[in-house]
Design a binder for this molecule. Sequence first.
Ligand code: NDP
Length: 328
Amino acid sequence: TRTPVNVTVTGAAGQIGYALLFRIASGHLLGADVPVNLRLLEIPQGLKAAEGTAMELDDCAFPLLRNITITADPAEGFNGANVALLVGARPRTAGMERGDLLAANGGIFGPQGKAINDNAADDIKVLVVGNPANTNALIAQRNAPDVPAERFTAMTRLDHNRAIAQLAKKAGVTVNDIKKLTIWGNHSATQYPDIFHAEVAGKNAAELIADQNWLEGDFIPTVAKRGAAIIDARGASSAASAANAAIDHVHTWVNGTAEGDWTSMGIVSDGSYGVPAGIISSFPVTTKDGKFEIVQGLEISDFSRARIDASVAELVEERDAVAELGLI
Ligand code: NDP
């Protein structure tokens, strides 16, 4: 029998955590043959609700779920962690300046990065979901000098999945026919969903659709503002789709992208496509054997260049702001 994989989830008592934990425990994160131990990390106020979730997890009698640890201590929460999903974050509240938001999150992701550095397993893989995800991931990564930088990633898979769904609808096909879509940049309203290399049933998506008004006036803003549209409709922010994207991100990272396709991940830039090295930005990547590589050699049009540059400029500003605050 296989050794259980230790999966840590922060913000485990939150909305996304509630949508995430049952799918991890039922084998959707790592595979139907991989047993898991769950480590639920919460702030003290969240512990009681996390215990309630753990009771429900017990009550599912999931065959793959071995044990559950609930703690407010990052050292215990990340002890031996093989996969860490950093979901808990300080949300932006009315009247909060960006500097306040970054400082509050630095107080969470700095110590978590250190705790990962000191306690996690050697093969630790980290996905940051909590916003501002790219910069929170950067803070954690810089506070974990002994962990290879490429193990820290930020989630743009929800944006990627949203873009696939919108493109499939427009083209009148199922999502299975969409390949090679890319989200570039920051997980924010400046992100750039790129269909110029995407394929619809094997044909180039931009050539097939050939509708610049739709691209600029509908597709790009719909994908970028989807979170706000869901809050408006549901009266609460997206949770199940965010959890689903987190599952997809890690599953793809561990199990590989399909031949002839790629995915989007926020990763530490190596300078590819003119994105300054060191920032955590979304790229097209292929994955294999638990490692990823940036898809190289894509031609970037002026239209795409301007949008990638704008999102990357925002990430550079965020990096400079957290550097100024002494968080990295
Ligand atoms: P959610 O579970 O709804 O969201 C958690 C985080 O995910 C937020 O930062 C949110 O950002 C982000 N997020 C990223 N993508 C999405 C998306 N597509 N849709 C919605 N959210 C997205 O928040 P809750 O308030 O329900 O729960 C947060 C939990 O985290 C609480 O239980 C709290 O106690 C805990 N917490 C734990 C910490 C720790 O372990 N140290 C630290 C801080 C909080 P955004 O707000 O921008 O939507």
